[in-house]
Design a protein around this ligand. Structure first.
Ligand SMILES: *Cc1c(COP(=O)(O)O)cnc(C)c1O
Length: 388
């Protein structure tokens, strides 16, 4: 055993010559903030997503907050969501003065369980904020049917799911708004950034005004030849715009998405084959109606068959030079949400079951097949050395 093997990080973005060239062109142009490159990225994203409108913002968190505000979420309202997601999802609801109401996940896709939604609906419920966990789409027909019957909106947190399809339809176009992330670890990246897709012209118009202080026209026009210095604030909006420097990366990243997604899919096939004979592991499930975007490759450890726990497993992977992660620490395990909403682990048994066993293995396009082989070998060696 050599100790000089390079550390394989949990994630690395794929940034190439094209991104560097476009960012340099942007810097040379003298126009750094929201301007022509944001417009180009929005148009490219709109065409790719199949949505009627695409609105670039500073993050997916901003996208979620802006969507909820535009859909009319007010203080005192309730929004149903999953307990198994990143803080951003619930915080966006809380930033509206509303209350997040958590609905347990299913043990197959780790997505919000549509069968448990109705029991949590009250007079105050305004909508459902779903997360396509790891890039595996939620059962949107079941969720939309409930939403239609109970007159609720549906927002998709598609932070993991750019390019994923549900029954052939692109994720992010299946509800009232779709929110995407271009954070450094997501399907494509602009360093930080986000996008909202919607079919509603009225919602899109509101979002465009609210994302820049409630100013009733595109500020960037103010400084171009056809613009003027005059503007009017019609709502106390936010500072949620994307900058042209970010959008400069977004356009080439979006072009690379099919190749990056194909590389991830190959690694998934490799992992699936490598772990096929491993009774100590539960591999990700793919529903017949789903084409996941494979943002994550989470495996569940069969703790009953092992002498070590999940945290120790991750520590041993680290010792083997491989970065792993956990998606996610459920809300009932964070002090704020537990205290503010009286959350108890026993109310989210599936979430608790998955959380206590899950490990996300490295999965990204820059990995080589030999990296995936090294990950699989390390996982199997740790299992073999720690059977009960
Ligand atoms: C990353 C992530 C977000 C937040 O994205 P940002 O662009 O960093 O704001 C929201 N929801 C989920 C599920 C995420 O994983």
């Amino acid at each position: 055993m050599t100790m000089t093997k390079k550390f394989l990080p949990f994630h690395l973005p794929e940034i190439g010559r094209e991104e560097k060239k476009e960012v340099m062109n942007c810097l040379d142009s003298g126009w750094l903030t929201m301007g022509p490159r944001v417009k180009d990225f929005e148009e490219a994203f709109r065409a790719h997503s199949g949505a009627r409108h695409a609105i670039a913002v500073s993050s997916c968190t901003a996208a979620l907050h802006l969507s909820l505000v535009a859909l009319g979420v007010k203080p005192g309202d309730e929004v149903l969501t999953t307990p198994y997601t990143f803080a951003a999802t619930a915080n966006a609801i809380i930033h509206c003065g509303a209350r997040p109401v958590f609905v347990d996940i299913d043990r197959e896709t780790y997505n919000i369980d549509p069968a448990r939604l109705e029991e949590k609906i009250t007079r105050r419920t305004k909508g459902i904020l779903v997360v396509h966990f790891g890039g595996h789409p939620c059962d949107m027909d079941a969720i939309n049917a409930i939403a239609r019957r109970r007159k609720l909106f549906v927002v998709e947190d598609a932070a993991h799911a750019l390019g994923a399809r549900y029954r052939g339809r692109k994720v992010g176009t299946l509800g009232d708004a779709g929110c995407f992330s271009f954070y450094a670890t997501k399907n494509i990246t602009t360093g930080e950034g986000g996008m909202i897709t919607t079919r509603s012209a009225a919602a899109a118009e509101k979002m465009r005004v609210y994302l820049l202080h409630g100013i009733n026209k595109d500020a960037w026009k103010r400084y171009s030849r056809q613009g003027s210095w005059k503007y009017d604030v019609i709502f106390p909006g936010f500072k949620y715009n994307m900058a042209d420097i970010q959008a400069a990366m977004g356009v080439p990243q979006l072009k690379k998405l099919p190749a990056m997604a194909a590389a991830c899919k190959k690694h998934v096939a490799f992992y699936n084959a490598a772990f096929a004979g491993c009774p100590e592991l539960t591999l990700p499930t793919v529903k017949p109606w789903a084409e996941p975007s494979w943002h994550l490759y989470p495996v569940l450890l069969g703790l009953e068959k092992l002498k070590i726990g999940r945290d120790e497993f991750i520590e041993k992977m680290k010792q083997a030079g491989i970065g792993c992660s956990v998606h996610f620490i459920p809300f009932h395990r964070h002090s704020f949400y537990r205290r503010a909403y009286g959350l108890k682990a026993k109310d989210y048994p599936n979430c608790e079951y998955v959380y206590s066993r899950t490990v996300s293995l490295p999965l990204y396009s820059r990995m080589k097949k030999s990296d995936a082989a090294r990950v699989a070998a390390a996982v199997k060696a740790i299992i073999a050395g720690n059977r009960r």
